[in-house]
Design a protein. Structure first.
Length: 388
């Protein structure tokens, strides 16, 4: 209500007055469970909420409370005359069967083909579009460019380096005894050479392993099992910078991508027909003890028309159930008893489940502030946020 007399105090709105009556601990518990987008909106409710939501401790606790959201991607025709398409990446919340927009932009078919998601770590995504390599936070729309990778080098992992707090993209050049590694660091203008690492990785084919990308857990990068190495999992300790091998789950199947889940290393496991899927958890990391936490039998589905490559999954699995993609451009959500819960019909094409999950984060990073202060502050918004 607006003031009508000069000496009269301005009254608080009912929403602000109500917010002030709610105990702060209760407010905190509620906000910790909300998506980042909702939390950011609540900063405007009152000063007490703004103070709470600006606390770095709250941001870290909020991140830890967020679910792991599988990322799905698809194309939608925007203009046939201009050969333009909408590139869409969305996060699927399996507890509510809702989607959250993560990346969306419109460009030519050709330019969209250059866009890639390379990794996900602590709520950050490592993305590339042709010659640009960026780290971004989809929750806050902050981003920074990394230095240009060296020619004829290959990306193998993205991680937070514990001793320095740096977020590093790991690359290698050469092969066998001549293989050398280097990192590109968020907020730095130059790469750092790591040289020849003490390792057992000489024959590991990072760029051609059909079972997927790396998974980060406890400061270690893990790469999926490979039949050329007795199906062992390759591990890099990012602090000591030494490679070693880890035992895989006791049952070896056709598809066994790795993922961090519930603060443990996990393996999805299925054969080509995807009629039975398993989720193996590394219950005891030190002793390399694997436990089959979930086993779900599904109706026979003809999804083998999707070629298996290292960028996409046939399915995603968590304690909320199993999600499968079909050739009919649909996502099917089954519960742990194999019962169909939801059918999501895509209004686009080339629907895929990516190999990455997003755990939203409002944690602040200094390298984003560095980016914000470069030049006159008028730098164009990156392509991947322009449609949001």
């Amino acid at each position: 209500m607006a003031s009508t007399a000069g000496g009269r105090k301005r009254q608080r709105s009912p929403s602000i007055a109500t917010a002030a009556c709610i105990p702060e601990e209760l407010v905190r518990e509620i906000l910790l469970r909300l998506p980042s987008k909702s939390v950011l909106r609540f900063r405007a409710v009152c000063k007490a909420w703004l103070r709470l939501l600006s606390d770095p401790g709250f941001a870290l606790e909020h991140h830890r409370s967020q679910p792991d959201l599988p990322l799905v991607a698809f194309l939608r025709d925007a203009s046939k005359e201009l050969d333009a398409v909408d590139y869409c990446v969305e996060a699927l919340e399996l507890r509510t069967n809702d989607f959250r927009s993560v990346i969306r932009f419109t460009d030519s078919n050709e330019r969209c083909s250059y866009f890639s998601i390379h990794a996900s770590c602590d709520g950050l995504l490592l993305l590339s579009s042709k010659d640009d390599l960026c780290v971004c936070n989809p929750a806050t729309h902050q981003w920074t460019r990394l230095p240009t990778p060296v020619r004829f080098s290959w990306f193998v992992g993205f991680y937070r380096h514990g001793p320095t707090g740096e977020y590093r993209a790991l690359f290698y050049r050469g092969d066998g005894p001549s293989r050398n590694y280097y990192v590109l660091v968020a907020g730095s203008r130059e790469g750092k050479s790591m040289g020849r690492l003490p390792s057992v990785d000489d024959g590991y084919e990072f760029d051609s392993n059909p079972k997927g990308k790396s998974a980060l857990l406890n400061g270690n990068l893990h790469w999926p099992s490979h039949e050329c190495h007795d199906h062992k999992i390759l591990v890099l300790d990012t602090v000591t910078e030494v490679f070693h091998w880890m035992r895989p789950p006791p049952v070896i199947r056709e598809h066994m991508p790795l993922l961090e889940m519930e603060d443990k290393l996990a393996v999805f496991s299925c054969d080509e027909d995807v009629t039975m899927v398993e989720l193996w958890i590394l219950q005891d990391y030190e002793n390399q003890l694997w436990v089959c936490k979930y086993r779900v039998e599904l109706p026979a589905l003809e999804i083998s028309t999707f070629p298996l490559d290292q960028d996409w999954l046939h399915f995603f699995m968590s304690r909320e159930g199993v999600v499968l993609v079909t050739p009919q451009q649909r996502l099917l959500h089954y519960d742990m008893d194999g019962n169909l819960q939801e059918i999501f019909r895509c209004d686009g094409r080339l629907l895929k489940i990516t190999r990455y999950v997003l755990k939203e984060s409002l944690v602040r990073h200094a390298f984003f502030q560095i980016q914000d202060n470069v030049g006159d502050g008028e730098e164009e918004l990156p392509l991947f946020f322009q449609g949001l």
